[in-house]
Design a protein. Structure first.
Length: 443
């Protein structure tokens, strides 16, 4: 199968797998230098040959369980290879690059022809949209299920059903799985902290029943119409999606320096430092290379994407013992000590005085948002336990940012000093059963 690659809906290259194993991207002779598909693949006459699907395109395929479901359900009809699956979801990719079968219109609704063809006997709009919601998976990754799909005909994006997992061209809507109760409010409040501390964070809203999170897409220029280029650090480090944790903050910082213009490196690395501090303060154990991305309009205009997918994941039983997703200075612990300021100074170029200022802004933002979290625990029963655990985690997180023993930082003790809150149990990792003894079974 040969696919056409588009930049801003202009065909610039072909993507093919001639032998069914390797993958080849070839630019058209008419492609302009500014129409590059990836920061790692500038326009040139020589083709880009990869043994696997190119990192940029792997970025926009689903992962894990969702990938296996997609392969099982769509595989018999379009094939289960990465290239075949990309032909189905590639028109709704994150950023300015789209991929479609040869002859297909990149502006047509993603998956419309393919899904209707698969449905055959059941062409109802309900069945069609059901499959679209199920399979059109966003390239922005995380532990919370999220999907991208064309807006249903006539549907108001501002009146989405409370528990439907859906997205439009301008929004990503995340549902609440049973394993992560209250996760919509969890992420929303974490994003509020990020927004108040540094401003560079994706805008989020919560549904009336607090079961769905609406994230405003940030891969657009200021006109709200033109897509920005976007590549996550997993792609830029040429890692497979399943290797998203196989990096360090040092490798991330160095790669950002590699692909960012000299004049914009300081801003990008400063934003990376902000993200690192938020990750520790909010206890986001799921910060990995797919949750850090660069946005660009050209090779001369590259910047770190707004904070996204930020949540206090350690408040849930299944994640409570998880360390940070990536190591810093060889340490993967919630008490990084001097490793934190040393990294910020040596890799991000942030002086110690500015580090102190950033820490204080994070703590001030947490103190500002915490009363809202407390109110939400009273207004939403499904969030009560999670919200209290978040406040405890944030309290510990602020303390972990203390760079000197004598440095006094804010705390949330005055909010947590309540008998009702004290009754909420801390998260507890589920007991792992490795096996049963045959002798035990016989007794």
């Amino acid at each position: 199968m040969r696919l056409t690659v588009f930049v801003h809906d202009t065909a610039v290259a072909t993507l093919d797998s001639p032998d069914g194993f390797g993958h080849v991207l070839s630019y058209y002779p008419t492609a302009k230098p500014e129409q590059f598909t990836s920061l790692l693949m500038p326009v040139r006459t020589q083709s880009y040959n990869y043994p696997e699907l190119h990192p940029l395109f792997r970025m926009n395929l689903p992962e894990g369980f969702l990938l296996s479901v997609l392969q099982e359900r769509l595989g018999p009809h379009v094939g289960a290879s990465p290239l075949n699956l990309l032909s189905v979801v590639g028109r709704n990719a994150i950023g300015r690059v789209k991929v479609a079968p040869e002859g297909a219109d990149p502006k047509s609704p993603p998956m419309a022809f393919e899904v209707r063809h698969i449905l055959r006997g059941d062409n109802s709009e309900q069945a069609f949209m059901g499959l679209v919601r199920e399979f059109a998976v966003s390239g922005v990754s995380g532990v919370v299920p999220k999907f991208l799909a064309p807006a249903a005909a006539g549907q108001d994006a501002n009146k989405l059903p409370g528990k439907t997992t859906l997205a439009t061209e301008k929004f990503i809507v995340k549902g609440t799985p049973a394993s992560l109760p209250g996760v919509a409010l969890n992420e929303h409040f974490c994003m509020q902290v990020a927004q108040r501390a540094f401003g560079n964070a994706a805008k989020t809203e919560v549904s009336d029943d607090a079961q769905a999170l609406v994230v405003h897409r940030f891969d657009y220029e200021e006109d709200g119409q033109t897509r920005l280029g976007m590549e996550d650090l997993c792609s830029l480090l040429s890692l497979r999606p399943e290797q998203k944790y196989d990096a360090t903050w040092e490798r991330v910082a160095n790669r950002i320096k590699d692909v960012t213009p000299v004049g914009q490196q300081a801003a990008a690395l400063s934003d990376l430092g902000n993200l690192l501090l938020l990750t520790y303060a909010l206890r986001n154990a799921d910060c990995h290379t797919k949750n850090i991305a660069l946005l660009y309009t050209s090779k001369q205009d590259v910047r770190l994407a707004p904070v996204y997918d930020m949540l206090s994941i350690t408040v849930y039983d299944d994640y409570c013992n998880n360390p940070p997703g990536m190591s810093i200075q060889g340490r993967q612990t919630w008490n990084p000590g001097k490793a934190l300021p040393l990294f910020l100074q040596h890799y991000c170029g942030i002086g110690l005085a500015k580090v102190h200022g950033k820490v204080e802004r994070v703590c001030e933002a947490i103190v500002e948002v915490s009363p809202e979290v407390l109110r939400a625990t009273r207004d939403n029963k499904h969030f009560t336990e999670v919200g209290v655990r978040m406040l405890r985690a944030w309290n510990e997180g602020m303390n972990s940012l203390r760079l000197q023993k004598t440095w006094s930082l804010p705390n949330l003790d005055h909010l947590l000093d309540d008998e009702a809150l004290a009754k909420v149990a801390d998260p507890k990792a589920p007991r792992k059963v490795l096996g049963r003894s045959p002798l035990k079974l016989m007794s």
